[in-house]
Write a protein that binds this ligand. Structure first.
Ligand SMILES: N[C@@H](CCC(=O)N[C@@H](CS)C(=O)NCC(=O)O)C(=O)O
Length: 206
């Protein structure tokens, strides 16, 4: 499967999971500075102009939460999506929170032009990022099991998603050490061979 990514972005979550699950992929790097994501070639692959995108034998899949669940379905023995309906819903609750709140907080740093036109608006949005990201970290620290995984004892696809988000915290001026459970989760995920593999491929520097 071709995997379209840009280093340090949310595509880190999918790459991590594919490495961890032993799912083969062919990484295709986009250069955001050159505007590859909105070039005509890539828009035929993902008309949203975003990464990640995973080209499967059944078509191109986008949206990190959906891609992660698809990858999990390729390795059913790993149990990366809980069988129990409540546990699976808890996992999806975490995925949706990361996608629709935390990722959006982070995007206010560099992507203000999605929501506004004035430089003063961009500056204001950017200035707010450390506060909103810290608030999200506080919420996660106090409401998620993180013992040691997002859902508790078993790893799920929410774990690489949280890992990817944690790679942004230093740049967002959030001190992860202020959130001991989150810091322990990040350290644990960083120590797994999957993290070393995606570092070696230039997908993340963290
Ligand atoms: N909801 C999408 C968001 C994807 C997304 O926003 N990706 C960012 C990188 S983190 C991107 O491609 N940005 C390119 C741009 O805004 O030009 C997902 O979770 O996969």
């Amino acid at each position: 499967m071709k995997f379209y990514f840009a280093p340090g972005t949310i595509s880190v979550a999918t790459a991590y999971l594919m490495e961890d699950a032993g799912v083969a992929y062919d990484p295709v790097q986009l250069d955001f500075k050159a505007g590859d994501q909105t070039g005509a070639d890539y828009l035929t692959i993902n008309p949203k102009g975003r990464v990640p995108a995973l080209a499967t034998e059944r078509g191109v899949l986008t949206e990190t939460g959906a891609i992660l669940e698809y990858v999990a379905s390729l390795v059913p023995d790993r149990g990366l999506v809980p069988d129990d309906a409540w546990d699976a819903a808890q996992m999806r609750s975490a995925l949706h929170y990361l996608a629709s709140t935390v990722h959006v907080n982070h995007a206010h740093k560099l992507r203000g032009s999605r929501w506004a036109t004035q430089q003063s608006s961009f500056d204001d949005m950017r200035a707010k990022v450390p506060e909103t990201m810290a608030a999200s970290c506080h919420y996660i620290e106090t409401n998620w099991p993180l013992a040691p995984y997002v859902l508790g004892e078993s790893m799920s696809v929410a774990d690489p998603y949280l890992f990817a988000v944690c790679t942004w915290l230093e740049g967002d001026k959030v001190e992860i050490a202020d959130y001991p459970k989150l810091a322990a989760h990040y350290a644990m995920m960083r120590d797994r061979p999957a993290a070393a593999a995606i570092r070696a491929k230039g997908i993340t520097r963290s």
